[in-house]
Write a new protein. Structure first.
Length: 327
């Protein structure tokens, strides 16, 4: 088994960037400084769209530059297969994986799906500033759905003093996910990297944030239905959001890059707790979404993370939704 340690990843990337999603307070390392005077201002990190009667927005809360290398990605592929996929997608030395937090506003509820990595705010990736641009503060959030307990999804739930950020929100997570991370001895026997940082981060949040444990299929606020999609973590949650005859399926971390893990759904990433189960779940869910033509939102798919899956050969291709200048 290839187990990734901190030293291994530093050697692969030449920096600590690949660890930012998995280590506490990692956001500052993943975000560039503000542009010097005279340079272009940052591009927008808020993209508004609709789900039926609901107003929604993707809030870009940072990104990770992951090593474009085996076996961090795709240990199932031969070197030639991996090189061909990289060249076909015109990829460089790293894979930039955005952190696309989803906000859903129903008129009565303001719902966050995940909360980004948190840490020291680094322009332009500041969740609080993104919410403020939409007229919202932390106390306006009424519900938070945590898809799974990796740091790039839950770090933003605590501030620098480890206080709960969204104090008035009810926090939801599948019981399977909470049970795994809070077990006396979580089973990391199939994980291909050092779990110490991710385990400490998950436990810090679960010990401080009052979560409501839910089961798959439990109706949640605003017509949201949770589904158990295990493998990346044992209790990873994906979500179906329905409003006004329209649907959006949030796939969480079923795919970390559209150019690699969609065309090759059997390829995995080192942060999968159980990569075989992750690949099986991905294949099952993607087949259903492609057949149904369901609109998809992905946490790590190209910002703003909206589009559709289409069957292509033995895998799928990503069809990004056209940019809409108006909601």
């Amino acid at each position: 088994m290839n187990v990734f340690t901190r030293r291994t990843l530093l050697r692969l990337t030449g920096s600590g960037l690949a660890l930012a999603a998995l280590s506490p307070r990692g956001l500052a390392a993943t975000t560039p400084p503000e542009a010097p005077a005279g340079r272009f201002p940052p591009n927008s990190t808020v993209y508004r769209f609709r789900i039926g009667d609901y107003e929604a927005a993707t809030l870009l809360t940072g990104y990770m530059d992951a090593p474009l290398a085996q076996p961090f990605f795709a240990p199932q592929a031969t070197a030639a297969e991996f090189r061909a996929a990289v060249e076909e997608a015109c990829l460089a030395r790293t894979l930039r994986l955005p952190y696309n937090v989803l906000l859903v506003r129903t008129g009565r509820e303001n719902i966050l799906i995940d909360a980004g990595p948190g840490g020291a705010p680094a322009a332009p990736f500041d969740l609080a500033a993104a919410l403020a641009s939409l007229g919202l503060g932390a106390d306006d959030i009424t519900a938070v759905f945590l898809t799974h307990a990796h740091f790039d999804h839950l770090g933003g739930l605590l501030d620098a003093q480890d206080r709960v950020v969204f104090r008035r929100a009810e926090h939801f997570c599948l019981g399977e996910e909470i049970d795994f991370w809070m077990a006396a001895q979580p089973d990391f026997s199939r994980l291909r990297m050092d779990p110490a940082g991710m385990l400490a981060a998950a436990r810090r949040v679960f010990e401080r944030v009052p979560f409501t444990r839910i089961r798959p299929g439990t109706p949640l606020p605003a017509g949201v239905t949770p589904h158990l999609s295990p493998g990346h973590t044992p209790g990873q949650m994906t979500l179906r959001i329905a409003s006004g005859g329209e649907q959006l399926y949030h796939i969480s971390d079923l795919a970390h890059h559209s150019a690699l893990m969609l065309p090759h759904p059997d390829w995995t990433i080192a942060s999968d707790v159980d990569e075989r189960q992750a690949a099986a779940t991905r294949g099952k869910v993607f087949a259903e979404l492609a057949v149904a033509g369901t609109r998809v939102h992905g946490y790590h798919l190209p910002y703003p993370g909206l589009g559709h899956l289409r069957a292509q050969g033995a895998g799928y291709r990503w069809v990004p939704e056209d940019w809409d200048p108006a909601v």
